[in-house]
Design a protein around this ligand. Sequence first.
Ligand SMILES: Cc1cc2nc3c(=O)[nH]c(=O)nc-3n(C[C@H](O)[C@H](O)[C@H](O)COP(=O)(O)OP(=O)(O)OC[C@H]3O[C@@H](n4cnc5c(N)ncnc54)[C@H](O)[C@@H]3O)c2cc1C
Length: 409
Amino acid sequence: MTNARGFIIAGASLAGAKAAETLRSEGYEERIILVGDEPVRPYERPPLSKGYLRGELAFDDAAVHSQGFYEEHGIELLTSTTVTSIDPTSKVVELEPGGTIAYDQLLLSTGARPRSLSVPGSDLGGLLYLRTVADCDALRAALDQASKVVVIGAGWIGCEVAASARQLGKDVDIIEAARVPLERVLGAEVGAIFADLHADHGVNLHLGEGVESFVGAHSVEEVVLADSAVVSGDLFVVGVGVSPRTELAERAGLALNNGVEVDQYLATNVPGIWAAGDVANAFHPVFGTRIRLEHWSAALNQGPAAAKNMLGQATPYARIPYFYSDQYELGMEYSGYAPTWDSIVIRREQQEGALIVFWMGEGRVLAGMNVNVWDVADDIAALVAAKSVVDAKRLADPEVSLSSLAPKT
Ligand SMILES: Cc1cc2nc3c(=O)[nH]c(=O)nc-3n(C[C@H](O)[C@H](O)[C@H](O)COP(=O)(O)OP(=O)(O)OC[C@H]3O[C@@H](n4cnc5c(N)ncnc54)[C@H](O)[C@@H]3O)c2cc1C
């Protein structure tokens, strides 16, 4: 391995690949080394619970760039390679299966991994988790053989996997400890929309009941719930959240706090080391607090922002958080940040099932979710960024355009 210094990106997924692309498009001419422990080139994960899982999309449809992109742009993509340690003093990283590389600047885009469920019987084998394309291929193969699928956890991934399994004609049970799906993010009233959606599509929902244990002869065959009810199945998928992959940063002595702590420029506490995407807990200048986002849009946009900062362009990351989900015929986008709120406002559009929900704090829009209504996410983001008090009656009135409620910039 040559030791000419360049920029190293640890983690070859959306954030890392977009950072590498931006370094080149912004004119950086030295070495760019994009290191990823997966055996394939960078890809986007959202299709893994949607079209790719259902066999409607191929890997190339999910890939961030075409096969030839990295070579064409002089980006050294090292797949099946793990960055095992960083020495911030000598500015050198160590790799597995071998070698060291010296760097000028280093970006950590190591992402997140699924949280595992640890209850009696969870080590029996047979519980599937979904993060990588390899996980998805295994899940797809298991779905082909299964007729009754049990999804544990009704967060975004659990809900999307349940919807895809139903669309593939499987019987599906969802088990969720909260009262409704997605309660932590959306609250009970709005989460109920997703409970109804899945019930209407024939999913058996077991809500308000956590998993007590798993039972099976050789691998998991049944889930025992807290109220002693038993749910059997022949495929069990767990989606109970993710944890940031901070072990590399921790060993290098970087400041951690629910991820790698970075400022609004995505800089860590160690000069020359940056973090972006799911692993980064970044100070957000609009909200005045650190937020670790686990969304496609943050990876897509923080990667380029970090790259510009690595080149000395001092670009704060101030984009309003955004994510989306597709389940059956329901498509939604959520813009904003509302860890708590004091009320919600619902704006029902004329079309059946189309609505916008706003989470409010002291009369201001903290976040908004458009369901089966399109081309409004920018207006919602403008309302959130404006932080001005909005008349709730006008907000709820579909005759009043959202752009007229957001102050003009
Ligand atoms: C099934 C699924 C569906 C999703 N759907 C949506 C959606 O609909 N909408 C939405 O907004 N978001 C969605 N997300 C979330 C979104 O995909 C993530 O926010 C995004 O992938 C984060 O990108 P990232 O580049 O920060 O990290 P990751 O995608 O986690 O990538 C990090 C990469 O770094 C590698 N890595 C880690 N440590 C090392 C190391 N030491 N050395 C080398 N490589 C390393 C990892 O293996 C991985 O390849 C979904 C996620 C999943 C799993």
